[in-house]
Write a protein that binds this ligand. Structure first.
Ligand code: ATP
Ligand code: MG
Length: 598
């Protein structure tokens, strides 16, 4: 037994406690604070004193109470049992806490992240005598009906398998013994990992595959690559949470880690009751079977909120390492930054911009840099990806503030939500003029191969048309639309069709809630081919009203909701082309004129 390393509290300031009396205390070491043994982490050491960030409410804790060092860093437990669980910011399963403490979360409660008594059926994939090293998959367990949990040799361990068995084990029982030069190591189904340290991988791989979200405005115009990072800034009530929910429900990620960070308690409640009812569209099984949730409401301690981001990203990396495509969602990173600010204030650090500490950009960067598509450590050779999407809630919806500005430096895509669009109930309120994606070009090849070669051309032209339309609108608002030349009115008409028929997408159950890539393409192609042909007619003096009044124009705005899905789009496409041909006939315009490229 080692000697107990014990100190004494000298000062308490909100979530921050100053103590002394443990000379060999380490930065980042986890300590138990006070008689109730609250969880804390050492964040600063100076002149014999050390400062602790406490992850539970410190009210009632007084100077003079003890502090116990644990010798451990803040770690996450990684192993079977993470899936389907809702954790707090320091990885305590909420259900377990509630069972033990009633609905009032008692402080100092120690609960293991992973169940110790549950037995998992372990199936080895290597046999005795095999030489293995960190990251190698040695077996698997069925963690949920959706997830095959790969049991890996923990990073850093290397040697020969001298014992491995199939059967039922708890996570504390060794499933294999690995003999290295000097010792025999028992491999269990779980291990611990310090949450502030990124997990290792063999190498980073280029991002080439899009994460398909099923949301047209994102996939087609502002895509995110698997392994990429995106932020979704937006003022109060612009639809950040709804959009991120849709992404977690309808994306093609294998696994979703959802961090509810500092949002209002009632909103979190809704999430906690709603989420377990959601169904995964691909498998028709409950979405929670492929999800981990972290719940950290605004009334929970701010320092746990600070930690929750690291807990989440570490668990996400662990499944990435198994070869999965993981999507991590953080709502909202602004609340996380506010936690940093509050703690920094308590530490008496010099604030820089709007009270935020100087290291805010570094912390934001460290978080988003943990996204990536990688060749995983170990054998068999496999790739995994971690895609990070974070909501940003700029006060007053003004993007010119530190969290938004710094976040934009480290993400590859921004889905900018517009207060104006939300006010007009245009949802998702993604502003097509302000948003951007650096992944658009690199995922073009995927679209070209998987959907259609000319997708990228349609995408660019449509985006261009929307930009030109906004300029024309500005003029129209002065001179009136009637004063515009017909070709400009056609641009406005087409932009209207794209906004109504493509960009607008309901969040309500129904055929349009998720739009697969092929349907996205066919809708856009229909609208842009309509534009090209109508343009030829206009050039030959067909009045715009003749075109605008065609019944198919209205249908183009509605066909996305047709139950017949792709068939309906294909059928409408034919009718749009026919209607335009008929106008050509009426005005004696040769049909070839219509098919000339623009
Ligand atoms: N895609 C959508 N379809 C229909 N309605 C939507 C959509 N997105 C948002 N809304 C509407 O806007 C409201 C607010 O959305 P949401 O809670 O997602 O905003 P938020 O940006 O997360 O707000 P907060 O700043 O409070 O976190 C929703 O309750 C809903 O009525
Ligand atoms: Mg929200």
């Amino acid at each position: 037994m080692s000697v107990e390393r014990r100190g004494v509290i000298r000062k308490v300031s909100g979530p921050v406690v100053v103590a002394e009396g443990i000379p060999d205390i380490k930065l980042g070491e986890v300590v138990d604070v006070g008689k109730e043994r609250l969880i804390g982490e050492v964040v600063r050491i100076s002149e014999g004193y050390f400062t602790v960030q406490v992850y539970e409410s410190t009210s009632g804790i007084k100077p003079g109470e003890p502090v116990y060092a644990t010798g451990k860093l803040l770690v996450a437990e990684l192993g079977p049992g993470l899936m389907s669980t809702i954790f707090d910011g320091v990885q305590r399963p909420l259900e377990e806490i509630l069972k033990r403490a009633g609905s009032f979360i008692k402080r100092g409660i120690k609960v293991n992240a992973l169940p110790r008594d549950k037995k998992w059926y372990f199936k080895p994939v290597v046999s005795k005598g095999k030489k293995v090293e960190g990251g190698d998959i040695i077996g698997s367990v069925k963690e949920t009906p959706l997830i095959e949990h790969k049991v890996m040799v923990p990073p850093g361990v290397r040697g020969e398998v001298v014992k491995i068995e199939e059967g039922e084990f708890t996570i504390e029982e060794p499933v294999a013994i690995i003999k290295s030069d000097s010792e025999e190591i028992e491999v269990k189904m779980y291990h611990e990992w310090p949450v502030r340290v990124p997990r290792p991988f063999k190498k980073r791989l280029p991002l080439i595959v899009p994460l398909i979200t099923g949301q047209r405005v994102l996939d087609t115009f502002f895509p995110i690559a698997k392994g990429g990072a995106a932020c979704i800034p937006g003022g109060f009530g612009t639809g950040k949470t709804v959009t991120l929910h849709k992404v977690s429900m309808y994306s093609d990620a294998d696994i979703v880690v959802y961090i509810g960070c500092g949002e209002r308690g009632n909103e979190m409640c809704e999430l906690l009751t709603e989420f377990p009812r959601l169904i995964d569209h691909r498998t028709k099984r409950p979405l929670i079977e492929k999800s981990i949730m972290i719940a950290n409401t605004s009334n929970m301690p701010v320092s746990a909120r600070e930690a929750s981001i690291y807990m989440g990203v570490t668990m996400a990396e662990y499944y990435r390492d198994q070869g999965y495509d993981v999507a991590l969602i953080a709502d909202s990173t602004s609340r996380w930054a506010e936690a940093l600010r509050e703690i920094s204030g308590r530490l008496g650090e010099m604030p820089v911009e709007r009270g935020f500490p100087a290291y805010l950009p570094d912390r934001i960067a460290e978080f988003y840099e943990r996204a990536g598509r990688v060749e995983c450590l170990g054998r068999p050779k496999r790739t995994g990806s971690l895609t990070i999407m974070g909501a940003v809630s700029p006060p007053g919806g003004d993007f010119n503030e530190p969290v938004t500005i710094h976040t934009l430096r480290f993400v590859g895509a921004m889905w900018a939500l517009s207060t104006d669009l939300a006010y007009r109930r245009h949802f998702p309120a993604v502003d097509w003029l302000k948003s951007f994606s650096q992944y658009a070009e690199i995922v073009e090849e995927w679209w070209s191969k998987e959907v259609s070669e000319d997708f990228a051309r349609y995408r660019r032209r449509a985006l261009n048309l929307l930009t030109v339309a906004s300029e024309i609108e500005a003029i129209a608002s002065i001179v009136g639309e009637g004063a515009l030349p017909d070709d400009q009115r056609l641009i406005l008409l087409t932009a209207e069709i794209i906004k109504e028929g493509f960009l607008l997408q309901t969040a309500m159950e129904g055929v349009d809630v998720r739009c697969p890539p092929l349907k996205q393409y066919l809708l856009l192609k229909m609208m842009m081919d309509f534009y090209d042909k109508a343009y030829m007619l206009i050039k030959r003096r067909v009045p715009i009203d003749e075109i605008a009044e065609m019944p198919v124009v209205f249908e183009m705005m509605r066909v996305k909701e047709d139950e017949r899905d792709l068939e309906a789009v294909k059928e409408l496409y034919k009718r749009v082309m026919e209607a335009l041909s008929n106008i050509a006939k009426k005005y004696n315009i040769p049909q070839e004129a219509l098919s000339r490229g623009v």
